[in-house]
Design a protein. Structure first.
Length: 216
């Protein structure tokens, strides 16, 4: 299999450098928690300095150990090359802990889904409506892979900047060069080369038209 930098990728691979960045971020929350505990014990409890300092350090460690797997072990990624299409997604807190350890030890990662590129017949593009973390309705790209043996599976790429970078279009052209048809009944493809705002706006228009057509 090709090296990572020789493949086309949707998503970002977590590396040791990424873990350091995540550690710096979660350390802020750890320090906040440690400071609260430190000041609470120091002001309201008559205990030796070593006691509330030890509690503060313990709280910092617990918060960092809890948040690190959530932040650094849950990346979603799809890679494409002439041989295979691989899907990487770590599910579950325990598996995310294992992923952090794997990254630190620099061991080989195993994809959740791995299919031969030659076994794919076509890919259909569609949209999936869901509730976003802010309570607003949002739309995600759904890629349904139909294999030559009649089976299928679907993936939801999680990317934003890669739209305006043109990475989606590069991947579609790569797939078409390998005789894999791209079905785009809703005309999503041009908007996947713009930005997330344009994609969301167009997806909402599509959904609204379909609802009006059903009501009509």
């Amino acid at each position: 299999m090709k090296k990572e930098d020789e493949r086309l990728t949707l998503g970002e691979k977590q590396k040791r450098k990424s873990l350091i960045e995540y550690w710096l971020i979660v350390s802020v929350f750890g320090l906040m928690g440690a400071t609260i505990i430190y000041n609470t014990l120091r002001i309201y409890f008559a205990v030796p300095f070593k006691v509330y300092l030890s509690f503060a350090i313990m709280i910092y460690i617990v918060i960092v150990l809890f948040l690190m797997p959530l932040a650094g072990g849950s990346a979603v990624r799809i890679t494409f090359d002439e041989n295979y299409i691989c899907y990487y997604h770590i599910k579950g807190y325990i598996n995310q802990i294992h992923e952090i350890i794997r990254i630190i030890m620099d061991k080989e990662e195993k994809p959740e889904i791995k299919v031969k590129t030659d076994d794919i017949q076509l890919i259909e593009l569609s949209i999936f409506k869901q509730l976003s973390y802010r309570g607003f309705m949002a739309y995600r790209l759904k890629m349904t892979f139909l294999l030559k043996n009649g089976t299928e599976f679907y993936l939801f790429p999680i990317t934003t900047d890669q739209m305006k970078n043109g990475d989606y279009e590069k991947i579609f052209r790569f797939l078409e060069s390998h005789d894999i048809a791209i079905l785009d009944h809703d005309g999503l493809r041009p908007y996947l080369s713009q930005d997330m705002y344009a994609f969301q706006k167009y997806a909402a228009q599509i959904k609204n038209k379909k609802v009006e057509g059903q009501n009509g």
